[in-house]
Design a protein around this ligand. Structure first.
Ligand code: ADP
Ligand code: MG
Length: 614
């Protein structure tokens, strides 16, 4: 088995890590930097105006000039329905178009194609895979991918699909807070309660975990899906834009109305925020941000202190404490009952956030591991445990986040596997008919905590057909529900009367069918090839340009030193390459013309130097 990488597929940023065994046999996790040298990669995918696919920083940078075809935060949509309130909410905040897929899923319109969020996430995962491959110098095909603790089956399944499309066999999906606790080795200290406080770029999650002999129980989750680092940036943007608008000579212009200026302002605000996490003062410096009344260029230069930034954002920090209270209440705990607090998410680098958490829980939170890398590190540790079979292999068990059950009489939801059951698990139940001679039994599988079926998440419907005529209540159909170690649900059924395993039809209520996933996998692979070819072609063109340039120079300089026929041949080959370069976009003829000129050049060089030294 190859190496299993750990990937934190974040809403805003993603991160990839591996585990290495050092010389002394010590196990160490390492975050892998991407090709731009960054340890985290923006989870942004775009198709540029000329059809090029961009992922990460390059996609994020061009977002403002190409908003319709730039998809950020696809994690908010993954495994969700178009009609889902969360999706409706997200639709009001993004510039790209969210569409309804034929099966009711939320998809995204990019250019002339509707793409599933899994395909978008796959692009990010592919970039993380390539990052790992570049650093390790070997092919990577296996990964652990993390998801929020509250993700339901459809969201987990869609995340697995994304991995598959990216050419990764996702060995396990684990919860982000579980990964963070793992990174701090909190599974090895007997029994304890851990609060994971995760403030990221656009979301806030708080999770109460109970860890008993290596088994992670999610006791409670809470949070705010619309609270994160961007809100902090926005406060500073607003402040600076308002001052600029009011300043003498600016002509009362609102910079936020100019997309390019706004983009620069946002980037500068975020940078200032980062600096203020370690410094007490920083400067925002944006030359040529706008034009004055008489067309003169205007600059924005402004120093910002940590105290001022904290004041601008104090209410945002305060807002995270409500969900903390809520999560503790759900778990029937007081702050003092919590043994460990773990900080996750880039925003927890902000000192004011750390202070607020410390004072709320009355204890020093775990730091030490970078909060925007800690989830990927935990995932990598889990990967190493699965792959290497070292001492903590058996420890990493998770629990179901939601109850699994079926719809019974009157639209009532009957839970079969309650939430917080340790996975993998399995439950068998006998079903029967409710009227005489009923030829089939409908079984509606759902996930959730609400008493009525309609309020829960529908995973699929069984129709067990072909039952022999019998009075109601007599047929016995044994249905087995399974949740695997990733929290993914599988169901199968058998008619005990006939002893046969019935041919049952499962209509996937959401997500991609396995055929659709296969198509996407092939497509992604083709795209990858096409990208590589494009890169190779661009390189060939530039090599050709430079060969032409040096040849033309050489022909001018050394014309009298070589024979007329050699000269003629070189000129002809150069002209041919020039023409090919201009006339075609195909690689093969260009390569042939290039090689021809190269050969002629070598012959010329031979003629020039041939006599020397022999
Ligand atoms: P997510 O989990 O949402 O994908 P991250 O955990 O990477 O994202 O958090 C991203 C957020 O953290 C961004 O808003 C970013 O500006 C913020 N952040 C990163 N580094 C710092 C820092 N040094 N100080 C304050 N905020 C930071
Ligand atoms: Mg995160």
């Amino acid at each position: 088995m190859g190496r299993i990488i750990g990937i934190d597929l974040g809403t805003t940023n993603s991160c990839v890590a591996i585990v290495e065994t050092s010389g002394g046999g010590k196990i160490e996790a390492r975050v892998l930097p991407n090709s731009e040298g960054s340890r985290t990669t923006p989870s942004v995918v775009a198709v540029s105006k000329n059809g090029e696919r961009l992922v990460g920083q390059s996609a994020r940078r061009q977002a403002v000039t190409n908003p319709k075809n730039t998809v950020a935060a696809s994690k908010r949509l993954i495994g969700r329905k178009f009609a889902d309130p969360q999706v409706r909410e997200a639709a009001t905040r993004v510039a790209y178009t969210i569409v309804a897929a034929p099966n009711g899923d939320a998809w995204v319109q990019v250019g002339d194609r509707a793409l599933s969020p899994a395909e978008i996430s796959a692009q990010v995962l592919m970039k993380m895979r390539e990052t790992a491959e570049a650093v390790l110098g070997e092919e990577v095909t296996e990964a652990i991918v993390t998801v929020p603790a509250y993700f339901d089956d459809a969201q987990r399944q869609a995340t697995k699909d994304a991995g598959k499309i990216a050419g990764l066999d996702v060995k396990r999906i684990i919860n982000e807070p579980t990964a963070a606790a793992l990174a701090y080795g909190l599974d090895r200290e007997g029994s304890e309660r851990v609060v994971v406080y995760d403030l990221g770029g656009g979301t806030f999650d708080v999770t109460v975990l109970e860890i008993t002999s290596g088994v992670f129980h999610v006791k409670a989750t809470s949070g705010d899906t619309n609270l994160g680092g961007e809100d902090f940036d926005d406060r500073l943007v607003r402040q600076l834009a308002a001052e600029y608008e009011g300043a003498q000579g600016s002509g009362g212009i609102d910079l936020r109305k100019d997309p390019m200026a706004l983009q620069r302002l946002r980037e500068a605000a975020e940078r200032a925020k980062h600096e203020l996490s370690s410094c007490l003062e920083t400067e925002v410096n944006l030359p040529f941000i706008g034009l004055g009344k008489s067309g003169e260029p205007l600059h924005l230069v402004r120093s910002v202190t940590r105290a001022e930034f904290e004041q601008l954002t104090a209410d945002l920090v305060e807002r995270t404490l409500g969900p903390c209270r809520d999560a503790l209440a759900q778990a029937h705990l007081a702050p003092a009952d919590v043994q460990n607090v773990v900080l996750v998410g880039g925003m927890t680098r902000m000192p004011a956030v750390q202070r607020a958490v410390k004072s709320f829980f009355g204890r020093e939170p775990h730091r030490g591991v970078n909060p925007d890398e800690v989830v990927a590190i935990g995932a990598a540790l889990q990967g190493a445990a699965l792959g290497g079979g070292d001492e903590f292999t058996a420890l990493l068990l998770d629990v179901t986040p939601l109850s699994l059950g079926v719809e019974t009489g009157g639209g009532v939801f009957t839970a079969l596997i309650p939430r917080n059951t340790t996975v993998p698990c399995e439950k068998t139940e006998i079903f029967t008919t409710s009227v005489d001679n009923q030829p089939f039994v409908p079984i509606h599988i759902l996930q959730g905590e609400r008493p009525m079926a309609v309020d829960n998440r529908s995973l699929g419907r069984f129709e067990l057909t072909g039952l022999p005529p019998a009075p109601r209540g007599v047929p016995m159909i044994q249905v087995t529900f399974k949740i695997d170690e990733n929290g993914v649900v599988a169901v199968d059924a058998r008619d005990l009367g006939t002893g046969r395993v019935q041919a049952i039809r499962v209509k996937p209520a959401s997500g991609l069918t396995s055929e659709e996933v296969e198509v996407r996998v092939a497509e992604a692979e083709n795209n990858r090839k096409a990208d590589e070819e494009r890169r190779a072609y661009a390189e060939l063109r530039s090599q050709a340009e430079s060969l032409l340039h040096t040849t033309e120079q050489a022909l001018e300089g050394y014309a009298e030193l070589v024979s007329a026929s050699d000269l003629e041949r070189a000129r002809a080959a150069a002209t041919k390459l020039r023409v090919t370069l201009e006339a075609t976009t195909a690689a093969a003829p260009l390569r042939a013309a290039y090689q021809e000129l190269e050969a002629v050049n070598f012959a010329l060089a031979d003629a020039l130097y041939g006599g020397i030294g022999t």
